[in-house]
Design a protein around this ligand. Structure first.
Ligand code: 6PG
Length: 476
């Protein structure tokens, strides 16, 4: 029997779907699961794809079934379980075999695992996979980090299973060690910001304009035909249109307003902060999820403080305001994506990855959760100017910012005056307003720092005097 081209450990939802996708694209795959019963069940359900699947009950059998050098995908819960699985697998492997972690790992764990295998002859790939269950089964976006040599070994299989944007496969080797998982983390951070800004716009439509879920769904469905066309806009329209089978009321109205989070958004914000890169949209989105989870505290606070004592939102021209909301969402997205790409540019320098920005935008155009038309525009902006300091100063995005920031300003201020929270949208406005202002206000901060701590400052005239005339600080 021909040897398998690749192996996969972990037949949970994501692993099973990925394995079926690999088999369907004509690649022979060996599979193994901690519990053999699950492997049997998976094989029994593989239908016509059985011929391409080698179900294995022991690790020995599994390893022997794969053509060396063996690429082995580990698709299990991120964290300690991955280290344990690697330890179990390691004694059975041979020189140049490749362990591939396809979970949502923290890139720091990926770097550590990569380093730990460095002198062992074995190697490691940290592979970000986006697109949820559907993507895994029919075409995810895949972000690969590892040695170029190990990428060469898996390139053909991964290219065959990746989503396609037009004819371009949404998979790429992005650099050594943690590059793939870092990029996947930032993908998720942007996903958080995108989702939060959609939630804020939904809040203005629901609590400001008093629209029903169905009506709001229709607005998003309409927007999905324009510049906001994206998977997240599309599914927002769909979830708003769905009815609860139990009560018959809109499903969203029956869902508790507490958002979960597994860590990737938080890691994005932490890494951005570590490198001194503003990622205010992602930070606002992570904080908003945390506030959302404090349901009890929010209920108590509403009892004590009440909702803001402000007039209800009134708009003279509803259609014009809804157009403003569409443009405000686009402007907010531009801010969040610009920040996400700036974080990746800084990480690329910090870790020596040489991350290819146009390629990252390219492989996010299909398959992943943030896939959109918009990413095609980002691809072309970075293709023309791969080393630009910030997406918003590329000609195409500068003109989009100029065109939409008025709407963002009107929406954020109208929402504020009506007591409706827009932390992520407001952060984008603050970001644009600060980033485009050549003379800011940090001169006063520098003066204060020098006053109380003699920290010194630079002068606008370049003169060689770096302390203020405030005598001996606090006692002056
Ligand atoms: C994707 C998703 C995927 C997953 C997140 C959700 O790209 O396919 O981002 O990775 O849905 O883990 O993350 P939270 O549970 O933190 O929202």
């Amino acid at each position: 029997m021909a040897q398998a081209e690749i192996g996969l450990i972990g037949l949970g939802v994501m692993g099973s779907n990925l394995a079926l996708n690999i088999a369907e694209k004509g690649n022979r795959i060996a599979v193994f699961n901690r519990t053999a019963a699950r492997t049997k069940e998976f094989y029994a359900e593989a239908g016509a794809l059985k011929d391409q699947v080698v179900p294995c009950e022991t690790i020995e059998e599994f390893v022997a079934a794969i053509r060396p050098p063996r690429p082995i995908i580990i698709m299990i819960q991120a964290g300690a379980a991955v280290d344990q699985q690697m330890e179990l697998l390691r004694p059975h492997l041979e020189k140049n075999d490749i362990m591939i972690d396809a979970g949502n790992a923290n890139f720091r764990d990926t770097m550590r695992r990569f380093d730990a295998l460095k002198d062992s002859g074995l190697t490691f790939i940290g592979m970000g996979v986006s697109g949820g269950e559907e993507g895994a089964r029919h075409g995810p976006s895949i972000m690969v980090g590892g040695t170029e040599e190990s990428w060469k070994r898996v390139e053909k299989v991964l290219t065959s299973i990746a989503a396609k944007y037009k004819d371009d496969p949404c998979v790429a080797w992005l650099g050594e060690n943690g590059a793939g998982h870092f990029v996947k983390t930032i993908h998720n951070g942007i996903e958080y910001a995108d989702m939060q800004m959609i939630a804020e716009i939904y809040g203005i439509l629901r609590d400001g304009l008093k629209m029903s879920a169905d009506e709001i769904g229709a607005v998003f469905a309409e927007w999905n035909k324009g510049r906001l066309e994206s998977y997240l806009t599309e599914i927002t329209a769909k979830v708003l249109a769905a009815a609860d089978p139990i009560s018959g009321t809109p499903m969203v109205d029956m869902i508790l307003d507490k958002a979960g989070q597994k860590g990737t958004g938080k890691w994005s914000a932490i890494e951005a902060q570590n490198m001194g890169v503003p990622a205010t949209g992602i930070e606002a989105a992570v904080a908003a999820r945390s506030i959302s989870s404090m349901k009890g505290e929010r209920e108590a606070a509403e009892t004590i403080l009440g909702l803001p004592d402000v007039p209800e939102l009134k708009v003279a021209d509803r259609a014009a305001f809804i157009k403003d909301l569409e443009n405000a969402l686009l402007a907010g997205k531009i801010g969040a994506y610009a920040q996400g790409f700036a974080v990746m540019a800084a990480a690329s320098k910090e870790y020596g990855w040489n991350l290819p920005m146009p390629t990252i935008a390219k492989i996010w155009r299909a398959g992943c959760i943030i896939r959109s038309q918009f990413l095609d525009e980002i691809t072309s902006a970075f293709t023309k100017a791969p080393d630009v300091a910030n997406l918003i100063v590329t000609p195409a995005f500068a003109s989009m910012v100029k065109e939409t920031d008025g709407a963002l300003r009107r929406v954020v201020s109208t929402a504020a005056l009506s007591g409706l929270p827009t932390p992520a949208l407001a952060s984008a406005l603050g970001y644009f307003d600060s980033y485009r202002r050549a003379r800011g206000t940090a001169n006063i901060i520098q003066a204060q720092r020098d006053f109380f701590g003699a920290h010194g400052f630079d002068r606008v005239d370049g003169a060689d005097s770096h302390h203020g005339p405030w005598g001996s600080g606090l006692n002056a």
